[in-house]
Design a binder for this molecule. Structure first.
Ligand SMILES: [Zn+2]
Ligand SMILES: [Zn+2]
Length: 286
């Protein structure tokens, strides 16, 4: 007779001791070398003990037992710096409770670790994308936040807005205080695409200047010239065309119906030219 091995080991092992503290469930992770540390489970609901327990169990068996102690690793990063292999790494800081990315400094043997601004241990996709953005861009660091609440005003960040189901870019600006751009990438999983889109927008901003400062300027200044003007209006979230007309001293501003800031400029100018031509016809007829 053959006895099938029951799955009792897994079931009996699910009693990770979790406790509720500082508005989160936590588990103590034991380590003989460093004394262990507290891991916040990021389950911010006191009623969700079972979810917290499952997460704790998964963390202990998949991360801690297989990968080693994160607190020991964090201490190594602080005391000894980077390992000799590779140019870039990410690591979880058990003291500040956020993801760090290490990057080799160009032309140097050493490097720096900087916080990615991601405070969820489980946001692995965001961590990968954020680190990639940091490593791929020398001029403008782009952060990736796991939630709208994690966005700092003074740091340029893409974040997922669950309310509309898509990614947004918060572009920091010293002059106007920054602004938001809706990206076209839908769904939380589209973080890589959102990152590419965000970096593309940042390139345009670096080349053309801050579109929000421009919007404020265009809306406030009294016009002296009769030259039509085209800009991306960050308040209307559309490309707009201003043109003079005889009936109004202040002229008129018309939306072009192109909601993407990073729309090809040729497309924008063609749409504007079409509108100018149409309204000219209209004005001539009336
Ligand atoms: Zn340890
Ligand atoms: Zn600005």
């Amino acid at each position: 007779m053959v006895f099938r091995k029951e799955r009792s080991r897994v079931a009996g092992n699910s009693g990770a001791k979790v406790y509720w503290i500082d508005d989160d469930w936590c588990v103590d992770v034991g380590c003989e070398a460093c004394g262990g540390y507290r891991m916040a489970l990021q389950v911010p609901d006191e009623l969700q003990r079972e979810l917290a327990q499952a997460r704790a169990q998964a963390f202990l068996s998949r991360v801690h037992e297989r990968g080693g102690c994160l607190a020991c690793e964090a201490r190594q990063w602080r005391e000894r710096g980077a390992p000799s292999d590779g140019d870039s790494h990410v690591w979880w800081d058990t003291e500040s409770h956020e993801w760090m990315a290490w990057r080799k400094l160009p032309g140097a043997r050493s490097g720096v670790s900087v916080p990615l601004g991601i405070r969820s241990f489980w946001a692995s996709q965001e961590v990968r994308a954020a680190a990639r953005a940091l490593w791929s861009s020398d001029r403008i660091p782009l952060r990736v936040a796991a939630a709208p609440g994690d966005v700092a005003r003074d740091s340029t960040t893409i974040y997922y807005d669950p309310g509309v189901g898509r990614w947004k870019l918060h572009a920091a600006c010293f002059d106007c205080g920054g602004f938001e751009l809706a990206l076209t990438s839908f769904g939380r999983g589209a973080v890589e695409a959102a990152c590419d889109e965000g970096l593309g927008c940042l390139d345009l901003i670096a080349r053309e200047g801050c579109p929000n400062c421009r919007t404020v300027r265009e809306r406030e200044t009294a016009r002296e010239s009769d030259e039509p003007c085209i800009w991306f209006d960050t308040q209307m979230r559309d490309w707009v065309l201003w043109q003079p007309i005889e009936e109004f001293d202040s002229g008129i501003t018309l939306p072009l119906g192109i909601g993407r800031f990073d729309a090809r400029r040729a497309l924008v100018y063609r749409a504007a030219a079409g509108l100018l031509f149409d309204s000219q016809l209209f004005l001539d007829e009336s």
